[in-house]
Design a binder for this molecule. Structure first.
Ligand code: SF4
Length: 386
């Protein structure tokens, strides 16, 4: 998971929420003039922390914070907790070929949070290819991914003149990435250790700069730890939030099948493109040579998504006389490879058993040819699945 359960589908269109928060809740993209759309709020009654009265400046200057926002329960309640202190909060979420901003977009709309969506494909891919702290169970480099997200959030905070960054992370919620040590390591490696606040567990963690400066009242932050979500659910109830998504899911890097395909891509096609990453999401992938694989659509949705990703140099196969899947040989290949791909296409088509040779149409750019092939043996193809 991303910090606070950070996880984002589809490119959301900018919109303005109805209700009494005016322009807050708008989704903004890089380049938008965010400060203009954020409502300024004054802090309420001065608080005291122990015997130290908070400074006058802290009570009159608007405090602004960036929430690393996944749209999950923890990130939602942490935003509410900080907003409750009269602090202006802007959500920040990310998209890459491995996850998108859909969940964060929906949740931000629900709670009226201004949301900034950044595409971090290039930086994130560098981390996925060579993570300093290694991978989780699959190809998910969560420690390095959290660090990267916090570093980007910290830079945005500085650029936009905000006061601190916070996440919905909970101490001990995940054995590795949210252990006390890892929370510290991630914040430190981001370069913004002292300005990263975890409101849900803050009272169990060292005091941070915004707390010392009186911009946040530590006494009003929480001491939640562990995997349970009872207290977060109670909080959500208190804030009138009844809908929130399941914490799991959202990142393809945690999916075993996707991870296997990604490893294969890294090993055999180091010059891959973003399109190659997108192809990993659809169909069956069958390796037919060191440099060649066939992708077979499993259903209409797969066929449509493969069709939408076809490029000029690809070879695309379909049965001529029977219904069947759309199959793709990314980048094309020599004749014998195309014949193997056509035989695979026939194997997953609806030709009657014992039909013998069938005709498979092969498109490449504007050229179309027809190949007569015997369907491949599906049992043997199992061993070649990626
Ligand atoms: S790698 Fe995926 S699961 Fe891990 S923190 Fe990043 S987005 Fe979340």
């Amino acid at each position: 998971m991303r910090p606070g359960g950070i996880h984002p589908p589809a490119d959301p269109a900018p919109f303005t929420l109805p209700g009494n928060r005016g322009p807050a809740g708008r989704i903004a993209y890089e380049g938008d003039n965010l400060p203009r759309i954020i409502r300024r709020r004054r802090r309420g009654t001065p608080h005291t922390k122990g015997s130290i009265a908070l400074s006058e400046a802290a009570t009159t200057t608007p405090v602004r914070a960036i929430s690393l926002f996944s749209g999950g329960l923890d990130s939602i309640v942490s935003v509410k907790l900080i907003e409750e202190q009269g602090i202006d909060v802007t959500g920040l979420t990310f998209r890459t070929p491995f996850f998108d901003a859909g969940k964060a977009h929906a949740a931000a709309g629900m709670i009226g949070l201004p949301l900034l969506v950044l595409d971090i494909t290039t930086e994130h891919l560098a981390v996925v290819r060579a993570p300093r702290y290694g991978y989780g169970k699959n190809m998910n480099p969560c420690i390095d991914c959290h660090t990267l997200m916090l570093r980007i959030a910290g830079k945005k905070m500085e650029e936009m003149g905000y006061d601190f960054v916070f996440t919905g992370e909970v101490l001990g919620q995940r054995p590795m990435s949210q252990s006390r040590q890892m929370l510290h390591v991630v914040a430190k490696n981001s370069g913004y250790a002292d300005r990263v606040l975890r409101p849900l567990s803050a009272r169990l963690l060292p005091e941070t700069q915004p707390e010392r400066e009186g911009k946040v009242d530590r006494e009003r932050l929480l001491d939640i730890s562990g995997r349970g979500r009872k207290r977060q659910m109670e909080l959500a109830g208190r804030y009138g939030i009844t809908e929130y998504s399941n914490p799991a899911g959202g990142c393809l890097l945690t999916d075993p099948m996707f991870s296997r395909r990604l490893r294969d891509l890294f090993a055999r096609h180091p010059d891959f493109t973003t399109r190659d990453l997108e192809l990993l999401r659809s169909g069956r992938h069958i390796r037919i040579g060191e440099r060649h694989k066939v992708i077979v659509g499993r259903n209409r949705q797969d066929n449509q998504s493969l069709e939408s990703l076809i490029e000029e140099q690809d070879a695309v196969f379909q049965m001529r006389d029977f219904p069947g899947p759309l199959c793709m040989l990314p980048g094309g290949g020599p004749d014998e490879i195309c014949r193997s791909a056509a035989a695979i296409c026939a194997a997953y088509g609806d030709a009657p058993k014992g039909a013998g040779e069938v005709t498979v149409k092969c498109r490449r750019g504007r050229a179309t040819t027809f190949l007569r092939v015997c369907p491949a043996d599906r049992g043997q193809l199992q061993g070649k699945m990626i």
